[in-house]
Design a protein around this ligand. Structure first.
Ligand code: SAM
Length: 307
């Protein structure tokens, strides 16, 4: 998580380490006029055309696609491999005893066991009947996830967060506000994505993913061709992928990757569609800090194309 103290082990991303560079996708576009979708897409596409030596060089894109394949499959067809898209810290400051107890007692109940096959119908995962399912990747302290699960009890939520302190924070909050429509997973979301059955999710939320702002670290970003393939497989036709970030280079990166992917379309028709938060948006801690520091977030929504 961005606000964790440095371990000294490796350079960590930080959503809030300073003003975002003035990237081609200007998040502060004051005075914009409403434009037709085609014009917006054209404008964005133009703004993201790689220039010599720029951040979207073909070399970076090739690195993204050519990285080492870690996956191996066990005989039963279940994924058994190392983490692929998590480069952060698993642990932060020492947990209080009560948090340790919660992790020991509640996680075996609420956590998903990927050593068992996923049910064909994800509704079976939840204590209460659900009509839809939604996945949040990297929930941090869980504030947004808890809010969404309370706001929409007929939807089953799966939250993923490998950072133990974030998981402990959410488990503490769940003591006061239990959610029968919530399941959790405490590791790299790619492992969970590969476990899920085809076309099982109505929506995927990726809120303020680790930005990895340095060019040499772009390949660590969660949005990648491979992870979009994963999203395309697990989303139902017409399913939604939401991406919020205050880092303009990551917003551009995501627009570029999605534009290159055949399974998704950006739903925006006017600037307000990416400047305005999503309906019912409660904000996140990371977002509050970004706004305090003068960065303007973007809220992108993509739809899985029904092919
Ligand atoms: C910058 S924080 C944002 C947290 C939260 N979404 C918010 O807006 O407050 C990014 C989070 O993504 C988590 N994360 C990073 N890589 C991940 C992965 N491969 N799978 C699941 N979570 C991941 C990190 O542990 C971290 O908590």
């Amino acid at each position: 998580m961005a606000s964790r103290p440095s371990s000294g082990r490796r350079e960590m991303p930080d959503c809030h380490q300073g003003p975002a560079s003035a990237g081609p996708f200007a998040l502060s576009g004051a005075g914009e006029t409403i434009a037709a979708k085609g014009r917006i897409l054209g404008m964005i596409a133009q703004s993201m055309i790689p220039k010599s030596g720029n951040r979207f060089s073909e070399k970076i894109m090739r690195q993204q696609d050519d990285r080492t394949e870690h996956s191996t499959m066990v005989a039963e067809g279940r994924p058994e491999r190392r983490r692929e898209a998590f480069f952060g810290r698993l642990k932060g400051p020492k947990l209080r005893q009560h948090q340790v107890d919660l992790l020991n007692e509640r996680l075996p109940v609420l956590g998903l066991d990927l050593s068992r096959p996923a049910p064909g119908d994800l509704a079976e995962l939840f204590q209460v009947p659900v009509e839809r399912t939604r996945l949040e990747i990297g929930f941090g302290g869980g504030e947004h996830l808890l809010h969404r699960a309370g706001e929409d009890p007929a939807c089953g939520f799966i939250g993923v967060e490998p950072f133990v302190n974030g998981m402990a924070k959410l488990l503490s909050a769940l003591e006061d506000a239990p959610r029968g429509n919530l399941r959790l997973y405490g590791d790299d979301a790619t492992l969970l994505l590969d476990w899920l059955p085809d076309a099982c999710l109505d929506a995927i939320d990726l809120n303020y993913p680790d930005p990895w702002p340095k060019k040499k670290h772009f390949k660590r970003r969660f949005v990648s061709a491979r992870n979009l393939d994963r999203f395309a497989r697990v989303l139902k036709p017409g399913g939604i992928f939401r991406f919020a970030s205050d880092i303009d280079t990551y917003v551009n990166w995501t627009l570029r990757h999605v534009a290159d992917h055949p399974a998704f379309a950006w739903t925006a028709t006017r600037p307000a569609d990416w400047h305005m938060p999503y309906a019912g948006w409660p904000g996140t801690r990371y977002e509050a800090k970004a706004i305090r520091e003068g960065r303007r977030p973007a809220y992108l929504t993509f739809r899985q194309l029904e092919v």
